[in-house]
Design a protein around this ligand. Structure first.
Ligand code: AP5
Length: 222
């Protein structure tokens, strides 16, 4: 298996759901830049430039690249040195970032250890999924509001209270899909396709089927 597994895909495609499952299954570190940014947002003291950068996130826009490098590279170094590998979840959203990460992997002698998994989903489906997404306040699980038509009242994992993510409000979701949806990630997928690193997974299937498809791809790569 490759040591560096990168998930790309539009908002709501299932990157978070799948990257957590895969990281847990194979003992990989999980780096979600969205989670790192939300964690940073909760810090009592923030540098002015960080505070300003986080305003973009509230509005559904990308934060500046430097903040992503600062958070993601630092977080991944330990996992890459000590663990079997790392799953990057949403950590790359434009070509400048893709190039910078390749430089980083090169410095770590990991260029031949990279695979990029695109979870493909039409933008209109993303919109519905985000409208129905809930997050457990207690354990952080990602939860669909309806499972087999039944509304979830509490977290199915720990019974915790469920909340709606700030950026899942309708107008912010529109903005995120416009700025980070399929049109926006096309140059990124093309970048990786040219390097022969891209594998595309059909995100329309069930969570379990998508997980199986991902496993089949990553297990087949040495
Ligand atoms: P982030 O938190 O990464 O948000 P995102 O990319 O918009 O992705 P989401 O978390 O919304 O969706 P997902 O693909 O993980 O889907 P999920 O598994 O939750 O980033 C937040 C913000 O941070 C960005 O807007 C940006 O401002 C900033 N940011 C982050 N990284 C950045 C970077 N590199 N550069 C610049 N800025 C950055 O699933 C969604 C829902 O669907 C859930 O309810 C889930 O249960 C359900 N679901 C999942 N899979 C399935 C399935 N197969 N069938 C049915 N339902 C499913």
């Amino acid at each position: 298996m490759k040591k560096v597994i990168i998930f790309i895909g539009p908002p709501g495609s299932g990157k978070g759901t799948q990257s957590k499952l895969i990281a847990a299954k194979f003992g990989y570190g999980h780096i979600s830049t969205g989670d790192l940014l939300r964690q940073l947002q909760r810090e009592p003291t923030l540098a002015d430039d960080e505070s300003e950068a986080l305003e973009n996130m509230k509005k559904g826009q990308l934060v500046p690249d430097w903040l992503i490098y600062r958070l993601a590279f630092r977080a991944s170094e330990d996992y890459l040195k000590k663990g079997p590998g790392v799953v990057f979840d949403g950590a790359i959203r434009n070509v400048a970032q893709a190039e910078k990460y390749q430089e980083f992997f090169n410095e770590q002698s990991l260029l031949d250890q990279v695979v990029v998994l695109e979870v493909a989903l039409p933008d209109e489906v993303s919109f519905k999924r985000l409208a129905w997404r809930r997050i457990c306040k207690q354990c952080g699980a990602i939860i669909p509001l309806y499972v087999d038509g039944a509304e979830q009242k509490v977290c199915p994992t720990c019974g915790g209270e469920m909340m709606i993510r700030h950026d899942d409000q309708e107008e912010i979701v529109h903005k995120r899909i416009k700025e980070q949806g399929n049109a926006a990630i096309k140059p990124v997928r093309e970048f990786y396709a040219q390097l022969h690193l891209l594998r595309t997974i059909d995100g329309l299937k069930t969570v379990q089927q998508v997980e199986k498809d991902i496993e089949n791809v990553i297990i087949s790569l040495t």
